[in-house]
Design a protein around this ligand. Sequence first.
Ligand code: GZL
Length: 326
Amino acid sequence: MRVPRRFAAAAGLLALALAGCGADTGTAVDASDASPITMGFSQVGAESEWRVANTRSVQEAAAAAGIELVFSDAQQDQDRQIEAIRSFIAKGVDVIAFSPVVETGWDPVLREARRAGIPVILTDRAIRTADPGLYRTFLGSDFLEEGNKAGTWLDDRHIRAEEPVSIVEIQGTVGSAPAIERQLAFAEAISSNPQLKIVASTSGDFTRAGGRAVMEDFLADLPDIDVLYAHNDDMGLGAIEAIEAAGKVPGRDIEIISVDGVREGLQALIDGKINYIVECNPLIGEQLMELAVKIVAGEQVLSRVVTKETVFERSAALAALPDRRY
Ligand code: GZL
């Protein structure tokens, strides 16, 4: 029978304690007998190149760490994620990690995990809850900082604008932490410039097809668009298809700001079709596994671990593209 690492760790600690009291347990658990850690991981989906890279990072890091990964793709559906988490609890995994597709609605299932004694790690996206004890740590980007970087760049670029600058925004998945916070911080960053006006904002659900469809509608409905702010490269690239189909020049007729920094986004930046990209780093697999090992071993970890990220203009994109892993 598999001895879950957490029981093996506890048994090992108990054996050590008893030995210290002179009791000869004769059955000290050798930690090397313990099974590898089993992690249940519920992924949002495969909606973008960022997500594909994030999944690959988690899977490769689990293999490298000798962690048994039970992986579930929710296809951007919260009910499927809740179902997956319940299956991990039933399986008796040692730790659960997941990237919540939206911010709310997680308390009941996370309370079930807590009752089962299974620690939970949030990766990539945060949740909104009145009970932060439902998870041990949140490893992911600072989306407010990302939105602030995007807005500050645009504000600096149009600091002396004497005419209104019409901005359209293609948001990520409705209700998701990145969409909420990238929208909030961007609007805040441009709020002191009276010429910068967001004239339309709609969700493209972080997909290329969604970005193209939303941009087609914007182009049909709005006579003058000066800037597009896309919450990820995939939607920005879809929007570029629509802009070109409308006979306009992306990056010149319509300036484009995007988030992520996937290969194709950097290439579009180099080609002058995107003007600025705020990086959002998907390669958090190694950090996730390090956190999981510590938590299962009963060690304390920081409740918030922010991933390191940068920004790209054309020269930085040229330098980064050759070694870009995603
Ligand atoms: C951000 C992540 C977002 C990416 C998108 O951490 O949740 O979801 O920006 C992805 O590309 O779909």
